[in-house]
Ligand binder design. Structure first.
Ligand code: HEC
Ligand code: HEC
Length: 461
């Protein structure tokens, strides 16, 4: 009798493990879709969970590593809303086991604080999110002795979750043994970051993740592609121009797909319907209104100065040079990002999506940065493609008077200087490679009262 029970027990366990193993290797489950487009932008899936961190472990990390990340994932600048367990920008999907992935909201949602009140803005650059610190943390945590199956089960139970017997078996014998290998691979693929300046909050590297993926060994050189997250509202005004900071692509479809691939979606699992739905919604998503009073008379004076200085030609819809690329030598801003996207990169981009109907063919080399609309420009601080200038007042100052170092990563908004004013946080050093704060000298020689008028006008955009 006893033997029979043992036999049945192991037969059942074997069958359960077999089924679970099949789930680990078979088709991903349906992705999270939300009826409300704003919820979908913040919490929906773009197909990026496939290689994601196992959710059962991920959700216990804040408890297990409470000393390292006292505020949980908010330590890295992730935002959460009441009623949602997951932070904005994180979706969960079962691919074998449940896994977490990024979505468009990860890098394109943010908040600001004025008069002690915090407000969320969809489509704004995630200027507080330190993605690099987050990814590095995940890679390190996995190699840490504190992270064991027992610790995960204990943390789950302490929080009122009760992993079933099967959950525990899968965690111990399937998820954990695989995690090591998965993350070892991740660690190797991030090695190139070690000899480059930290990205800090609000930025990522737009080129070197691709180069790593293509075997171009970014670890062997020091080239930097660090960029500030851009705003993504009002995309209808960008259609005649070129996308990305350096204007390297004019195709809307390729821009959307490359965004999803960069977010972690594999070519075979693009959630095209989801991505197109978001792209359509971004066409007319309005930029946020300035969060303080505007002096209309002063703004009108500022508009005249803006026109007189020719800002409109590069920055206004209908302007002669909107959407064109201004040569880096003329502009004078840091050239690293545009230099990184060379013919070699374009060649590899042309192979992305081979065998799919959407294979890329529109990437190109430019030698500068694209002229773009300035809508909602107040919420796009810090300024320039590398986020090297903290406020508008600083951007209108001669380059040598701009701050050499400053803090980033806080929501405190300075309505007078137009930009985030952080008293602590990540130290942005403009002397590091790729972080140069020179160039774009337009308006920097104006008399002080004219600068104030110009800023007043920029508040209205
Ligand atoms: C990991 C962070 C990240 C994720 C996830 C992400 N983006 Fe982006 N996005 C960026 C960065 C960085 C750039 C600028 C790249 C450059 O120009 O060098 C960008 C550029 C863009 C642009 C072009 C803006 C312009 O003015 O040229 C649009 C539009 C956009 N993203 C939309 C999306 C959509 C839609 C998704 C989801 C499918 C998405 N992004 C996911 C970081 C992200
Ligand atoms: C010849 C074209 C040109 C003219 C003229 C010009 N700009 Fe720009 N502007 C650019 C380009 C290109 C960038 C992006 C540079 C970079 O990020 O390296 C930029 C960036 C900016 C930014 C920062 C955008 C961001 O998202 O960080 C602001 C603000 C701005 N310009 C305001 C102005 C004002 C105000 C004037 C007039 C006094 C002006 N510009 C004149 C081409 C121009």
């Amino acid at each position: 009798m006893k033997n029979l029970i043992f036999f049945l027990f192991f037969a059942l366990l074997g069958a359960a493990l077999f089924l679970e193993f099949k789930r680990l290797t078979v088709k991903p489950w349906p992705a999270a879709h939300f009826a409300d487009i704003e919820d979908h932008f913040k919490y929906g899936s773009i197909g990026a969970e496939v290689d994601g961190f196992p959710y059962a472990i991920w959700r216990e990390l804040p408890a297990i590593f409470a000393e390292d990340i006292p505020e949980g994932f908010a330590t890295f600048g992730f935002l959460t809303e009441p009623g949602h367990e997951l932070p904005i920008g994180v979706s969960v999907r079962r691919v074998g086991v449940e896994r977490v992935g990024f979505n468009c909201g990860t890098c394109h949602v943010s908040t600001y604080r004025v008069d002690g009140e915090e407000h969320m803005v969809l489509g704004a650059p995630a200027h507080m999110l330190d993605l690099q610190a987050y990814i590095t943390f995940l890679a390190k945590a996995t190699a840490d002795d504190r992270l064991t199956a027992d610790a995960v089960i204990e943390a789950a139970e302490a929080d009122g979750r009760r992993p079933s017997f099967l959950d525990k078996v899968v965690l111990r014998f399937v998820v954990f043994p695989r995690l090591e290998a998965q993350v070892a691979q991740l660690r190797n693929s991030l090695a190139w970051m070690e000899n480059r300046p930290a990205h800090g909050p609000g930025r990522t590297d737009a080129g070197n993740f691709w180069r790593e993926r293509w075997g171009l060994r970014p670890g062997d050189d020091l080239r930097v592609g660090t960029v500030d997250f851009p705003a993504v509202w009002n995309q209808q005004t960008r259609l005649d121009g070129s996308f990305h900071w350096d204007g390297n692509n004019r195709s809307l479809d390729e821009r959307n797909i490359s965004a999803a691939l960069a977010g972690g979606a594999p070519e075979w699992l693009l959630e095209t319907r989801s991505i197109n739905r978001i792209s359509d919604w971004l066409m007319e998503l309005p930029p946020p209104a300035y969060p303080a009073a505007i002096n209309a008379e002063l703004a009108a004076e500022g508009h005249a100065i803006y026109l007189r200085e020719g800002c409109d030609s590069c920055h206004d819809v209908g302007g002669a040079a909107l959407g064109k690329v201004t040569h880096a030598a003329l502009l004078g801003t840091d050239p690293e990002r545009t230099d990184l996207f060379d013919e070699v990169m374009v060649g590899y981009f042309g192979q992305v999506g081979a065998k799919y109907s959407w294979q890329f063919s529109n990437y190109r080399v430019t030698e500068g940065y694209a002229n773009m609309p300035l809508d909602g420009i107040w919420m796009r601080a810090p300024y320039l493609h590398n986020g090297s200038v903290p406020t508008m007042a600083d951007l209108l100052a001669p380059a040598e008077e701009r701050p050499v170092t400053f803090f980033t990563g806080c929501p405190e908004f300075d309505t007078a200087r137009m930009g985030f004013a952080c008293e602590a946080g990540f130290v942005f050093d403009t002397e590091d490679i790729g972080n140069g704060n020179g160039g774009h000298l337009y308006g920097t020689a104006l008399p002080e009262p004219e600068k104030l008028a110009l800023i007043e006008y920029l508040k209205t955009l």
